[in-house]
Design a protein around this ligand. Structure first.
Ligand code: SF4
Ligand code: SF4
Length: 151
């Protein structure tokens, strides 16, 4: 199923797992219990994964993300980003974003299934994780907002 594995179906450029000119904070949400358990077992911060300045995420290898289905919501969501009010938008910086937007016109497409699943999870966050969303969305700019029903 696509919802947790969109990364494997995109262009695999891995640009979203690397930084060139800043640190990236990938926030871990309270409902991501398996991920929190893994981070705790590794002695890591359970609130966020930090991608260092001009570097790759510590969970990236040549094959892609080593976290598989338990990668953080922020990563499972991409190429979408979430705004402060829970609205979803597509990041035009992703080279797959055009194809993703095009697929959203078709309710049977994988992108639409991904969008539907992520929309439910984003709705949960906008109820239960308001502070996290506010912090997270400080870094969100330049998105193509997706209107109701993926149109
Ligand atoms: S930037 Fe887009 S195309 Fe590249 S790996 Fe990330 S989701 Fe895939
Ligand atoms: S957790 Fe996985 S998908 Fe997210 S930035 Fe790291 S390697 Fe990429």
């Amino acid at each position: 199923m696509m919802a947790g594995n969109f990364f494997e179906r995109c262009r695999m450029c891995k640009a979203c797992c690397r930084t060139s000119d800043r640190f990236v904070h990938i926030y871990v949400c309270g409902h991501e219990k398996r991920l929190i358990g893994l981070l705790a077992s590794q002695g890591r911060d359970t609130k966020e994964i930090l991608v260092p300045y001009a570097a790759s995420c510590p969970y990236l290898n040549d094959s892609g993300c080593t976290l598989g289905d338990i990668k953080p919501f922020q990563c499972r969501l991409y190429p979408m980003l979430v705004l402060r009010d829970g609205t979803l938008g597509v990041d035009p910086a992703c080279t797959y974003s055009g194809e993703y937007m095009a697929q959203l016109k078709d309710a049977s497409s994988e992108a639409w299934q991904h969008y539907s699943a992520m929309k439910k999870e984003a709705a949960l966050l906008s109820k239960e994780e308001k502070a996290l969303l506010a912090e997270w969305s400080r870094f969100v700019c330049d998105v193509v907002v997706i209107k109701a029903d993926g149109e």
